[in-house]
Design a protein around this ligand. Structure first.
Ligand SMILES: Cc1ncc(COP(=O)(O)O)c(C=O)c1O
Length: 387
């Protein structure tokens, strides 16, 4: 491997949430953090260099999204996901959740209903409720450690909703939705006049043997109703830069959104965001390929370790990204006791499954975006705790 993903980096005392905020969120510093979804790998050199190049300027003045930013994104999406988009359809947004907040404010009213397919990345709930929209929760099916959609239920739940926030691929389950599933979602939403925010932050982390389908690309209906949110942040381990973008193919919706964003200048990125995003997409192919191999190995290792050493815990095998939903139901513990077991006995900080919705009961989310040695240590601690 050209890149060293085994390197242990001391992230402590850098005000990073994962390592420095366990006291705040878990009440202790005596834990190995395997929670917040960033990776413990070095942010690739070409990203750092693109930021250093900006710092060499004599004046850190106002900047705009230059040609490189547009063309890097357009080419990446064509090359990676066979998705053609135009420059006009692209808008900078300063983060995916912030993007969701902007979209919700732009296209829905207070008290409007917003569908969320639970369990799902918890800020989907918060952003909706904090903006005084009503969350309608539609349960995903989790059976035999596989996640699927009950479309009859989904169709019932969507009635009266104005918007769906879709997690594509899914977090915390790591599910890569198939083209047919996405077409069905689009069809039902289109029929019911529901707009869809497709959060595709994990798209580029789709693992070998799976294919990501941008929601907006699967059908004409999908492209009419989709507001796609994407970013290089998860993929290239640069979420601290707050650099994301929206793609809207429907011209009317796009104009409405761009007007909204321009009004508050929310679409003005900073010079580091533009430069690092362009660098990621122009130079990141090789790094990403190796990263995905490394993550896949960590996932395989976790699966083997559980099977051989901790058979009372199993997992939903992710098809994308570095998060594993551990199925701890066989331990027969109440969620609070399960959380205590991980925290006080295993000395591990993981996200509790119920954080993602009640359907996450009996699960804990493990982040394996870390050096192999860290993962091994975490699993050994869990094994000892269960002994
Ligand atoms: C599905 C999903 N959306 C959004 C985010 C956060 O993105 P941002 O920090 O750009 O708001 C995450 C982070 O884990 C995520 O998993």
């Amino acid at each position: 491997m050209k890149y060293n993903f085994d390197e242990i980096i001391d992230r402590k005392k850098s005000d990073c949430i994962k390592w420095d905020a366990t006291q705040t969120f878990f009440g202790t510093e005596d834990v190995l953090p395997m929670w917040v979804a960033d990776m413990d790998f070095r942010t690739p050199r070409f990203i750092i260099k693109s930021i250093e190049n900006q710092l060499k300027r004599a004046v850190l003045g106002y900047t705009f999204a230059g040609e490189e930013w547009y063309s890097a994104i357009i080419q990446w999406l064509k090359h990676k996901h066979d998705w053609e988009i135009s420059k006009d359809s692209l808008t900078f947004v300063p983060g995916i959740v912030r993007g969701q907040a902007h979209v919700l404010q732009c296209f829905t009213e207070i008290n409007d209903k917003v569908l969320i397919m639970s369990p799902v990345y918890h800020p989907f709930f918060h952003v909706t409720t904090q903006l005084h929209r009503e969350v309608v929760s539609s349960s995903l099916c989790i059976e035999n450690n596989e996640i699927s959609i009950d479309f009859n239920q989904f169709e019932k739940d969507i009635k009266g909703c104005k918007m769906l926030i879709l997690c594509n691929p899914h977090n915390p389950g790591g599910r890569v939705w198939t083209e047919n599933e996405l077409k069905e979602i689009a069809h039902i939403c289109y029929k019911n006049n529901v707009l869809v925010i497709s959060d595709e932050i994990h798209a580029d982390l789709t693992l070998p043997n799976y294919k990501h389908h941008p929601f907006a690309s699967v059908s004409k209906e999908a492209s009419e109703i989709a507001i796609t949110l994407m970013a290089p942040s998860k993929t290239f381990n640069m979420p601290g830069i707050s650099s994301s973008y929206a793609i809207i193919k429907n011209e009317k919706l796009n104009e409405q959104f761009q007007t909204f964003m321009q009004a508050g200048e929310f679409n003005n990125g900073n010079m580091f965001a533009y430069a690092s995003t362009a660098a990621a997409y122009q130079q990141g192919e090789d790094w990403l390929k190796q990263l995905l191999q490394y993550i896949q190995k960590n996932i395989d290792f976790t699966e083997d370790f559980l099977e051989n050493e901790i058979p009372s815990i199993s997992m939903i095998r992710p098809q994308a990204s570095f998060l594993i939903f551990l199925n701890c139901k066989n331990l027969n513990l109440a969620q609070k006791d399960l959380e205590q077991l991980f925290l006080n006995k295993a000395h591990l900080a993981l996200n509790s499954g119920t954080m993602f919705g009640t359907e996450g009961e009996g699960f804990m989310r493990l982040n394996v975006g870390c050096p192999h040695a860290t993962l091994q240590k975490a699993l050994e601690q869990l094994k000892s705790a269960l002994r």
